[in-house]
Design a protein around this ligand. Structure first.
Ligand code: A3P
Ligand code: MG
Ligand code: MG
Length: 381
């Protein structure tokens, strides 16, 4: 059972002389029963406009329009002439999520209503979905490490990513081809999304990657109460579709699959990331555009998020959802055991590099501090 697993791991940590205050990412340690993960509930949403301004509404939500049988999508179209790229050197940290919280405190569900009426949020963690996706895939990641900053404020732990030196170096030295290919995913969204429920896509328009619609969900992983936000690409048009997040659709592009080796790699690496990203907020379907080397979409396929783990079962040594979720559960427990001081200016920096354990360092009033004054100053009237 779960507790004897924990005892077993503590004993094996000792045997391996692993220092206290680290967390192993070895897959075998996380092969337990699937932990409780409550159905995520949307508690709100917000939009970011073409200049990255925050709006407490769903003005940027788009509608999925199923493409024709043989679409002629050229993902390279408009890259040089109709593309406004978000400045990825600007680090927004949790700011937009915090703006949502300040404007929507009353919408956060607390079982114990006494805590919602005072200062505490009644959740254990606040973060971005994308940060949790990185945590989920950690036991299988061999290329990219991460740094996650954590601060406790009024009983809630906030987790915000810090760009690693390696990620920064990659960002600064991307090839022209890599730069262009990052556009292809957004161009696919433009071919398949309409701004209005009765509208049609406008492939002649400008692709502006500042624009975003984000859902805010609450859920619970074992005994961790979570509130996180994630970008949502679009929703289905059907007004009778299940309520959000059940009506949302994730859009993806991927290289066309021509060989068994390519299929295996797609299952082993890409579907892991796609599954983790959509499973977390409860997005039920993923529409994938498979494209050739020249950015022409050759086929479109829909994946049910809940069926992805069955699709991959034939791969030898493949990833397992239970390992991802148990690791996330243990990581959050580890963070809770470390982040003890309630102080928004104190940052516990958790770091992980592939083939290493998770470690942490503590930073007081440093450049890592990420909870802004406008959030931590008491604005209750
Ligand atoms: P693809 O998903 O087709 O790769 P998302 O899929 O999460 O909605 O992101 C939309 C697009 O942003 C991606 O399309 C890709 O083009 C780009 N993108 C997202 N994350 C990226 C990353 N880490 N590196 C490069 N491009 C990224
Ligand atoms: Mg997206
Ligand atoms: Mg997408």
């Amino acid at each position: 059972d779960y507790n004897s697993d924990k005892r077993h791991r503590a004993a094996s940590d000792e045997a391996q002389h692993r220092p206290a205050g680290t967390l192993s990412t070895r897959r075998q340690l996380y092969e337990r029963n699937f932990p409780l993960y409550k159905q995520p509930v949307e508690v709100g949403f917000f939009s970011l406009d073409s200049r990255r301004n925050f709006f407490n509404d769903q003005r940027q939500l788009r509608y999925y329009v199923e493409p024709r049988k043989s679409p002629d999508f050229n993902l390279r179209d408009g890259y040089t002439s109709r593309f406004v790229k978000r400045d990825d050197g600007v680090k927004e940290k949790l700011d937009h999520v915090l703006k949502w919280i300040l404007a929507n405190r009353d919408k956060i569900q607390t079982r114990d209503q006494t805590s919602s009426s005072s200062c505490a949020l009644g959740v254990d963690f606040v973060t971005w979905r994308g940060h949790l996706t990185k945590v989920l895939t950690t036991p299988y990641e061999t290329q990219e490490g991460w740094m996650l900053a954590a601060s406790k404020f009024r009983g809630t732990i906030y987790i915000s990513e810090v760009e690693t030196e390696a990620a920064r170096a990659n960002r600064m030295t991307r090839s022209e081809r890599q730069e262009e290919m990052m556009y292809w995913g957004y161009k696919f969204e433009q071919y398949t999304c309409a701004d209005d429920v009765d509208g049609t896509p406008d492939p002649g328009g400008v692709v502006n990657t500042n624009e975003a619609f984000c859902t805010v969900v609450q859920t619970r992983l074992a005994d961790h109460k979570l509130l996180f936000s994630g970008e949502v690409d679009c929703r289905v048009k059907d007004p009778d579709a299940p309520p959000a997040p059940g009506c949302y659709v994730e859009l993806k592009t991927s290289a066309e699959i021509c060989t068994p080796k390519q299929r295996s790699n797609f299952h082993r690496y890409k579907l892991l990331k796609w599954w983790a990203q959509s499973f977390l907020p409860g997005v039920p379907q993923i529409v994938a555009g498979f494209r050739d080397h020249d950015g022409i979409v050759v086929s479109i396929e829909t994946f049910q998020t809940s069926k992805i783990s069955h699709l991959i079962k034939n791969e030898i040594n493949c990833w397992k959802p239970t390992v991802c979720m148990n690791f996330c559960n243990d990581f959050l427990s580890f963070v809770k055991s470390v982040v003890k001081e309630d102080n928004p200016r104190l940052v516990y920096l958790f770091e992980w590099d592939p083939h290493r354990d998770v470690t942490y360092t503590v930073h007081r009033d440093s450049p890592f501090t990420f909870l802004p004054d406008w959030y931590v100053k008491d604005t209750r009237s």
